[in-house]
Design a protein around this ligand. Structure first.
Ligand code: SAH
Length: 359
C-alpha cells in the first residue's frame, strides 16, 4: 500500500499549510491543485512551472490520486462506467451519463452500504467502509480526465453506491472541493445529493451551509410499505416529507422525492393517490424510477401499463413528476447494479438471502 497521502484529500488551506511545513511557498499549493483539477496532470513530473526539486519533493511526499483507473466501459448510448481500484483492493464504480451535451457523473460514497434497502444491490453485503474525501472527489476527476480534451463534467449526482449522509464529513469536504474555484468549479446548483433520509444530517447540511439539491428516497406512500422496503431506518413518511419541505424552504434548492416503482408492491393507483395527497402543494418533484432488476431480490419492474397508470394518477394530484430513463443497461451501469456485478462472484450472506426471498 502506498503510504503517501493523495492530493485530492486536501482542501486548499490544508495543502498550503502542509507545503509550508515542507519549505515550499504557499502559492505552490494552488498551482498543484490547478494541475490536478484543471490541467489533467497524472503526475508531478508534468508540472513544468515548478522546479525539478519541488516536483521531486512533491513526488516523494504525495501522490495525486488515491485510486487508480482499472477499467472503462462505454455503452452505445454514451454512458460510461469506470471501475476504480482502491488501495485496499476494493473496487468502486463511477458512471458518466450523457444527456445531449450534458455530462453528469454518478458518484459513490461508500464501499457497500449499511442501509440494506430490500430492492437494492449495494447493501447485499453490508458496509465495507466509508470512502475518504479524496476517493469521493477524484471519481469526478478520473471521469473528466477520460473525456476528449476541452470537455468538462457539468453536473453531479450522489446516487452511486452508499448512503452519502452516513459518510457526512467526507461527503461535505468533497462537495466543497467540487465547488471551489481551486477545485472543479461545479456549483451546488448542479449537484444532487440522494439520501435514504438521515434527517439530522439533512439539518446539518443547512447549518453548515452546504446546500446541494436534495433527493430523498421515499419509495412508499405509507409507513407500512416503507418499513418493508427500508427496514433498517424507521422514519415516518410524514417526517421525510417534512424534512424535504424544510430543506426547500431553507435553501431554495430543488427537492425531489425518489420512488422506485416495484411491481405489485407500491405501484397501484391507490398508492399514487395516497402519495399525491401527501405531496400536494409542496413544490417538490417526484422522481419515479422503474425498478432495475437485481437478481438477489424478489422484486420485479412494473409493466409499462402499470407505470403509466401510476404516473397519471399521481400527476392528476398536481404533483410534478419525472420518470427516470434507463441508461447504460448493457454495461450494467443502471441504478442499483453498481458493484453488484463484481460482487456477484462472492457468496451472498445466507441470512440476508433468506430474508430477501421471504414474501
Ligand atoms: N443511499 C442513497 C443513494 C442511493 S442510489 C439513497 O438511498 O437515496 C439512488 C436511488 O436509486 C435511490 O433512490 C435508490 O433507492 C435507488 N435504487 C437503488 N436500487 C435500485 C434499483 N435496483 N432500481 C431502481 N432504483 C434503485
Amino acid at each position: 500500500m502506498d503510504p503517501r497521502p493523495a492530493v485530492t484529500n486536501y482542501t486548499l488551506a490544508e495543502f498550503e499549510a502542509v507545503l509550508n511545513t515542507l519549505g515550499l511557498e504557499a502559492y505552490r499549493a494552488r498551482q498543484v491543485l490547478q494541475w490536478v483539477y484543471r490541467r489533467r496532470a497524472a503526475s508531478f513530473g508534468v508540472m513544468t512551472d515548478l522546479s525539478k526539486e519541488a516536483r521531486d519533493l512533491l513526488d516523494r511526499k504525495f501522490r495525486i490520486f488515491a485510486s487508480a483507473l482499472s477499467e472503462r466501459h462505454v455503452s452505445t448510448d454514451g454512458t460510461e462506467k469506470l471501475l476504480l481500484a482502491l488501495d485496499d483492493g476494493n473496487l468502486i464504480e463511477t458512471v458518466l451519463i450523457r444527456e445531449g451535451d450534458r455530462k453528469t457523473v454518478c458518484v459513490s460514497t461508500q464501499v457497500g452500504c449499511p442501509v440494506k434497502c430490500a430492492f437494492c444491490a449495494s447493501g447485499l453485503n453490508g458496509l465495507v467502509r466509508n470512502l475518504s474525501a479524496g476517493e469521493i472527489v477524484e471519481q469526478v476527476v478520473h471521469v473528466q480526465n477520460a473525456l476528449p480534451a476541452g470537455e468538462r463534467v457539468d453536473s453531479l449526482v450522489l446516487m452511486g453506491i452508499g448512503e452519502p449522509l452516513l459518510n457526512y464529513a467526507h461527503v461535505v469536504q468533497a462537495l466543497r472541493t467540487w465547488k471551489a474555484p481551486w477545485g472543479l468549479g461545479i456549483g451546488w446548483n448542479r449537484v444532487t445529493l440522494s439520501t435514504v433520509g438521515i434527517l439530522d444530517k439533512i439539518e446539518k447540511l443547512v447549518q453548515d451551509r452546504v446546500t446541494p439539491n436534495l433527493a430523498i428516497s421515499l419509495h412508499a406512500p405509507s409507513d407500512a410499505i416503507r418499513v418493508d422496503l427500508v427496514p433498517t431506518l424507521k422514519k415516518k413518511i410524514s417526517e421525510l416529507i417534512k424534512a424535504g419541505a424544510a430543506y426547500r424552504e431553507a435553501t431554495h434548492k430543488n427537492v425531489t422525492f425518489e420512488y422506485v416503482l416495484l411491481d405489485g408492491v407500491n405501484d397501484d393507483k391507490k398508492h399514487a393517490l395516497e402519495l399525491g395527497k401527501k405531496l400536494r402543494g409542496l413544490r417538490c418533484k417526484v422522481n419515479v424510477i422503474p425498478f432495475n432488476r437485481v437478481e438477489e431480490t424478489p422484486f420485479r419492474a412494473p409493466s409499462q401499463d402499470r407505470l403509466d397508470r401510476f404516473v397519471t394518477a399521481l400527476g392528476a394530484c398536481g404533483v410534478p413528476i419525472m420518470v427516470r430513463k434507463r441508461k447504460g443497461d448493457e454495461i450494467a451501469a443502471a441504478c442499483g447494479q453498481l458493484r453488484a456485478m463484481a460482487e456477484r462472484t462472492k457468496p451472498v450472506d445466507p441470512t440476508i438471502a433468506a430474508e430477501r426471498s421471504a414474501p
